[in-house]
Design a protein around this ligand. Structure first.
Ligand code: ZN
Length: 105
């Protein structure tokens, strides 16, 4: 599980919705909470990659790599110049806010 080690935007494996939103709006890294540069990196599983929709907030590349190093299972890393932040609608089958990378780099 990518959230096994606590980060700025999650604790005990549970995403903190307020902090996820703060990462999105203030462009902060979900692991360390510091301002993001470029490229912005998302990590997730193969299904998230296939949908181009990620639940973990944007990350620094170094922070993303340290997360990936902590897991055995297949996780993917996507680099992008930017992203859309998607808030779930009332009847959305996925109740969590999420991120859609654009222009992969
Ligand atoms: Zn970071």
């Amino acid at each position: 599980m990518l959230t096994e080690i606590d980060g700025f935007a999650w604790q005990g494996g549970i995403l903190d919705r307020r902090r996820v939103t703060r990462c999105a709006l203030a462009r902060l890294c979900g692991v360390c909470g510091e301002t993001l540069g470029r490229p912005i990196v998302f990590v997730g599983d193969a299904e998230e990659e296939a949908r181009n929709t990620f639940h973990l907030p944007p990350l620094h590349e170094a922070c993303a790599r340290s997360l990936l190093a902590s897991v055995d299972e297949g996780a993917v890393l996507v680099r992008t110049g930017g992203f859309e932040f998607v808030r779930p609608g009332r009847d959305d089958p996925d109740p969590m806010p999420r991120f859609e990378p654009n222009s992969r780099v």
